[in-house]
Write a protein that binds this ligand. Structure first.
Ligand code: ZN
Length: 306
């Protein structure tokens, strides 16, 4: 098949799929809401301003979308019931404290449901938010020297972005359990307050409890140490998926039934474990509209950024 025929064929296939699988709504994926966004490209892409969040809510209101919770979406898809209009829900990954401080008041103002997928290891410092520690170190220094002798020039924003990319690539194959130790060791000469920084960025137990007592907020799980699930064996995956659920349930005194895959990464074991642990849904970190016929454990999301 030549390229243009193949392109035409795929276009028709996509059109048929869209007709047979109508657009039910959108699950939006966010991470942080901050007043001052990072100057580093990667971290900046995780952040939106409170004004942008408010504009997005108003846009969906104007378009006539119905604001729903993850439970509502599960009910609609499982009972094949229609809301009568398209739905939208806002979801946050990782569990940053700004979700409570800046986003929550906006959702309250518009009576708008939202969910937070919490990485429980951030709360008890088993894992660190290294990408924001690196952000601060890069802002402060023009050269970074790691304990293994590697030297990075970071005199301007291009070099800072490049250094961020290089260090992230080096960490890519480090297991989530080892990552904190490796990163902190590399920067041991900088006397950086890693634990305080993660504590400042992550939702506290009290904030999670307060959020859980408001029907607008769904507390959901995002593993314990934010690993790539597909590289873990079955037992380790079970621990990450079920452990984070139990940890959160102990804090909020309610069942946790929604999950999102860190990095959108999973395999057939992950799906099996989700079912065994009693999760109703799991979301990906990619995709587009939610369409009829999607699996509960592979709900697509739209990445919200500006
Ligand atoms: Zn995440």
């Amino acid at each position: 098949m030549n390229l243009s025929i193949k392109k035409g064929y795929n276009k028709v296939k996509r059109k048929i799929y869209k007709i047979s699988h109508p657009h039910l709504g959108d699950i939006l994926m966010l991470h942080r809401v901050v007043s001052n966004r990072s100057s580093l490209a990667d971290n900046r892409s995780l952040e939106i301003t409170p004004e942008f969040l408010e504009q997005t809510i108003l846009k969906y209101k104007y378009l006539g979308y119905r604001f729903v919770s993850l439970d509502n979406i599960y009910e609609q898809i499982s009972k094949k019931k229609s809301f009568g209009s398209k739905f939208v829900t806002f979801t946050f990954d990782d569990g940053y404290s700004d979700n409570f401080e800046l986003a929550y008041p906006i959702f309250k103002k518009y009576d708008c449901p939202f969910a937070i997928y919490v990485t429980t290891g951030f709360m008890d410092n088993r894992v660190c938010t290294w990408w924001y520690a690196l952000d601060e170190l890069l802002c402060k220094h023009k050269v970074l020297q790691l304990s293994d002798g590697t030297v990075y020039n970071c005199r301007n924003i291009d070099e800072k972005n490049q250094t961020f990319e290089d260090i992230r690539a080096r960490l890519f194959n480090t297991s989530s359990m080892e990552l904190k130790k490796t990163f902190e060791e590399w920067f041991s000469a900088y006397d950086y307050p890693f634990e305080q920084q993660t504590k400042k960025l992550a939702l506290s137990v009290e904030q999670i409890l307060t959020l859980s007592q408001d029907n607008l907020c769904t507390i959901a799980a995002h593993t314990e140490t934010h690993p790539r699930l597909s590289v873990l064996d079955y037992d380790r995956q079970y621990h990450e998926i079920c452990g984070s659920k139990k940890y959160l349930e102990q804090i909020i005194g309610k069942e946790v039934v929604h999950f999102s895959y860190p990095f959108g990464d999973f395999n057939c074991n992950s799906v099996q474990i989700l079912g065994l642990c009693g999760y109703k849904t799991s979301t990906l970190n990619f995709g587009d509209d939610v369409r009829k016929g999607q699996s509960f454990y592979m709900l697509t999301r739209k990445f919200l950024y500006h």
